[in-house]
Design a binder for this molecule. Sequence first.
Ligand SMILES: Cc1ncc(COP(=O)(O)O)c(C=O)c1O
Ligand SMILES: N[C@@H](CCCC[NH3+])C(=O)O
Length: 467
Amino acid sequence: MSRAAHPAGPRYADVLHGSGVPAPPADLNALEAKVWPSSARREEDGQITIGGVPLRRLAEEQGTPAYVIDEADWRMRARAWLAAFGDHDPAEPPVHYASKAFLSKAVARWAAQEGLGLDVCSGGELATALAAQFPAHRLTFHGNNKSSAELVRALEAGVGRIVLDSFEEIDRLAGLAADRGLRPRVMVRVTVGVEAHTHEFIATAHEDQKFGFSLSGGLAAEAVRRVLKHDALDLVGIHSHIGSQIFDTSGFEVAAHRAVGLVAAIRDEHGIRLPELDLGGGLGIAYTSEDDPADAFDIVAGLKAIVARECFGYGLAVPRLTVEPGRAIAGTPGITLYEVGTVKQLDGLRTYVSVDGGMSDNIRTALYDAAYTCALASRNSDAAPMLARVVGKHCESGDIVVRDTWLPSDITAGDLLAVAATGAYCRSMASNYNHALRPPVVAVDGGDTRVLLRRETEVDLLALDLG
Ligand SMILES: Cc1ncc(COP(=O)(O)O)c(C=O)c1O
Ligand SMILES: N[C@@H](CCCC[NH3+])C(=O)O
């Protein structure tokens, strides 16, 4: 097959304006380990395989776009988080996978089999976990505006913890529990006042926001008083979640410090010792070579040390520490596979490579200005690097998948393109914009493929349309 090479080189406004576009990698065919699933390889025939499955075969069998998850890598990351905590009671796992990152029944079963708990934050996530027979006592139920129906469902299912997020909810849950003769274990979500270094939309512990009860404003202490007035609520701990895609671990340390301070204040005021402390999720992953995330072992060791030190200072017994990683388990094992449809070169401006998906399967670039790494997946190429923008097929100029990336200048229609680290918050935030059909999610392992979620069809779309 002959391919006409597009003129190569950094010629574009982005480079001139210094938007931080990295220099072209030494080898465009190389797959940087920290960004790609652990089983990703470029084979001798030039194509990429993941979980032993050649991506050309996967595209032929499943079509594109498709989300692909390296199951063994997902499980390995889940196990690493648990191992970082060492011995624990299997009925009370210290790690709860944040299912908002990506959930299907199979994923809930992976989490159950690996011994994790699960954080759910909607009726739909709860229903999926229960449909997968996920042990309800290992579920934590979150949300800043849970409906009464959702709370009843959680109560009746016997979820392990309900995280209380508003004064209305405290009274609402207490009433619903009392009516049923139940006494759920609850935590109070506290906003600890940390400005996490991440995108504004995914920081959750600064004061001006919808989640939790502010610590500095005294609302957290007031929430605890309110919970303790209700016999139907069993207050077991404090919950803090400072945000997502965070690299600077000092934010977690400040959160731990302040949360333990609140536990001490509660002991002093009420004479009770809260046995649990959940410090949420938020650990960042590598989307590009620029990102250098901490690993689970270092994070957990750091959190344990600071909680122990703070507790010692207050003369408190160390509470049972739990965390809720989502992205750090599910992000890197997943990729999205697209087919290139057009390559449009705008002289002196930019080259646009259009793929057969876009903002409907990955909204993160448009929403958070997220950066991604991508690679030609169906073959390798010795063509010179070309700075390009990978865009989707939606009627929106902000429909960008990868803002700036180096691709071989002979890239052409029919090539497959893999975007790395899309296992978290891509399928779970996907939409039907322009009546796009949401792509399938395919697990790969040991050379086999297994469809976890099938591709949507026009029949699915039209089934909702009552005419
Ligand atoms: C309460 C809570 N726990 C856990 C998470 C998971 O975050 P991440 O995927 O960044 O680990 C989130 C999302 O930010 C969250 O809101
Ligand atoms: N959806 C966000 C993370 C938010 C996590 C939920 N609190 C992302 O894609 O980065």
